[in-house]
Design a protein around this ligand. Structure first.
Ligand SMILES: Nc1ncnc2c1ncn2[C@@H]1O[C@H](COP(=O)(O)OP(=O)(O)OP(=O)(O)O)[C@@H](O)[C@H]1O
Ligand SMILES: [Mg+2]
Length: 375
């Protein structure tokens, strides 16, 4: 079996304890531990802001932080990394409290041997992975339930508003076709134009609520990506965005609505473009397609400003926008959500602040489509 490597950050100011733990981890076995050290919390925080480790061994009594505070601060920065707390002989209580505050486990210094240490590390990693998987599933489920009920409400409102709105637009057009004074004509035109803006918003809301009828034909996702980029080529270049594509030539064609998919991809490209341009005046966008078992996966990776954790859950909500008034309606991603969900697919975002964002679309390939490989 291939040798497994595990990256560990050992946060410990006592050099004797540090040596003891390092020696236990250095002993031969089927796992190689790559141990980095920090003797202060500040140093640990700096290291963790730049590097990922699989587990953190954390002494709670450090020169710059004491007790559970040490754990709370570490956990706040890297809540997805398992933490095993190291406590003194008389501190078993604090170990239990640490587990309640988010640590995976605790070890009592002086009572640790090689086997216990290695086993604790392995279990901490496995348990944390299982917890994270469960947490993500739960988040996804909550999100889709919330968006489904928002969709129902939006659908109701849109239907109620559409009838009177059609009549406003129709009557404005009728009055305009009559012989009326020029300044009245301008006023009526303003009424008509604004009513049309509302109608466009309603159309987007109905797309979010999946009330848009799909016109499916056999299409190849790569072609749609190419067409989208062609359509957006000029503004992308104007914003100093370098676009790279890695399109899997073996994608099967699928039955989908080409116009709507293009609209969804276009919204994702424009969002990445806007975010990168606003943050850095330039950027790179990577678009990849791949067939992963029965799913076509399309990812849009940018190196823009990223998205704050608190905003990630609201991205697909209608009218959620971080852009100023008049700059964004906040319907782009809601429309994407409606289009992809209507195709029985999924769309989700991952992001790291200051590093960039990845929006992933997954579209199912149904049985009869699998044999249709387009060269
Ligand atoms: N690639 C990205 N990088 C950073 N933030 C993003 C990215 N894509 C979307 N966002 C965030 O998500 C918000 C919602 O996006 P959405 O497309 O729904 O609305 P919008 O772009 O603000 O307005 P509209 O699309 O209606 O013009 C954006 O305001 C922005 O804060
Ligand atoms: Mg947008």
């Amino acid at each position: 079996m291939a040798d497994k490597r595990i990256n560990i950050l050992l946060v410990e100011d006592n050099s004797g304890d540090r040596r003891l733990i390092s020696e236990m981890l250095a002993e031969a076995g089927n796992v190689t531990f790559d141990v980095k050290y920090a003797d202060r919390l500040q140093a640990a925080m700096e290291y963790l802001s730049q590097n990922r480790v699989e587990v953190i061994l954390l002494d709670l009594g450090l020169p710059d932080s004491q007790g559970l505070e040490t754990l709370k601060k570490t956990y706040a920065q890297v809540s997805e990394t398992p933490i095993v707390v190291l406590t003194g002989l008389n501190d078993e209580m604090i170990g239990t409290q640490a587990v309640n505050e988010g640590a995976q486990d605790y070890l009592i210094k002086g009572q640790v041997d090689t086997n216990l240490l290695r086993r604790t590390i392995r279990y901490a990693i496995e348990r944390k992975q299982a917890e994270e998987k469960e947490r993500r599933l739960q988040l996804q489920l909550n999100l889709s339930n919330r968006l489904a009920s928002l969709g129902l409400m939006v659908e109701g409102i849109a239907h109620e508003i559409n009838n009177p709105l059609t009549s406003v637009i129709g009557f404005a057009q009728m009055v305009m076709s009559e012989d009326i004074p020029e300044n009245t004509r301008e006023d009526v035109k303003t009424i008509g134009d604004n009513a049309q803006r509302v109608a466009d918003i309603m159309k987007n809301l109905l797309t979010f609520a999946q009330q848009q009828k799909l016109e499916r034909t056999y299409i190849n996702v790569n072609d749609i990506i190419e067409a989208t980029l062609k359509l957006r080529a000029y503004p992308l270049e104007d914003s100093n965005i370098t676009v790279t594509t890695q399109l899997d030539p073996a994608l099967p064609s699928i039955m989908a609505d080409a116009t709507l998919l293009q609209q969804a991809f276009l919204n994702l490209v424009i969002n990445a473009e806007t975010a990168m341009k606003l943050a850095h005046g330039k950027g790179s966008l990577l678009i990849k397609t791949a067939l992963i078992s029965d799913t076509i996966q399309i990812s849009f990776t940018d190196d823009g400003p990223g998205i704050a954790e608190a905003n990630l859950v609201h991205l697909f909500d209608p009218f959620f926008s971080t852009r100023g008034f008049g700059q964004g309606t906040g319907l782009g991603l809601s429309v994407c959500y409606g289009i992809i969900t209507e195709h029985n697919g999924q769309i989700y975002a991952k992001s790291q602040l200051d590093r960039g964002s990845v929006f992933t679309v997954e579209l199912p390939v149904v049985a009869e489509e699998k044999n249709l490989v387009v060269a």
